[in-house]
Design a protein around this ligand. Sequence first.
Ligand code: 3PY
Length: 250
Amino acid sequence: MRQPLIMGNWKLNGTKASVEALINGLKAPAAAAANVEVAVCPSVIFLGQVEQLTAGSAIKFGSQDADLHTAGAFTGENSPVMLKEFGCKYALVGHSERRTLHAETDAVVAAKYVAIQAAGLIPVLCIGETLEQFEANETNAVVEAQLKAVIDVAGIESFANAVVAYEPVWAIGTGKTATPEIAQTVHAHIRAYLAGFNAAVAAKVQVLYGGSMNAANAAELLAQTDIDGGLIGGASLKVEDFSTIIAAAA
Ligand code: 3PY
């Protein structure tokens, strides 16, 4: 049985006050959903605050990215080793906003994935196709290539200690969501593709759905066999909406 994982991606949002209110507001819903793991990914500037606020609670946290280097002359970057020291359990890697806005290639994403695991963090590998690729029926080929780039470098066994997040780019920040049927079809394909390399690893890996999951559509998406949780953008910034999604996964 794969444990449901509900993870908030706060992106570039928050203030000290809103972070405090959000974490405090999520403590009870996270504790109530004992079979669900709840995690948030704040901007790194809030990690110290989140580490303190979540102490003793059921809420885990991670970063939205990590550098592929451990230390050195890399101005502006955050080392996975530093993120680990600040209590992160997870690090997102390859989010479409990083791939698009920061020109991260499959090779860079794979190198970051390796660095994240080497630091003792769990990478949440984000994959997904653009609208153009979706309309050209290229979804399977795109997610396969994104997975293969990581498998080639890190090996299929590395997925025993990783999470995959399928986020169709056309559903991110657009308010459009893949229908539960579309999402389930792609999730099943991702699992089948991984099973071609190692069936046991594929059966265990959590595959989250991301891309405008919200309080209204979460239950239907989370009911799908191969959807093991969600990576949630905007709705993770509101206690009520995120709590509804957590409850839907329980
Ligand atoms: C979204 O839902 O907008 C996301 O990008 C989650 O990562």
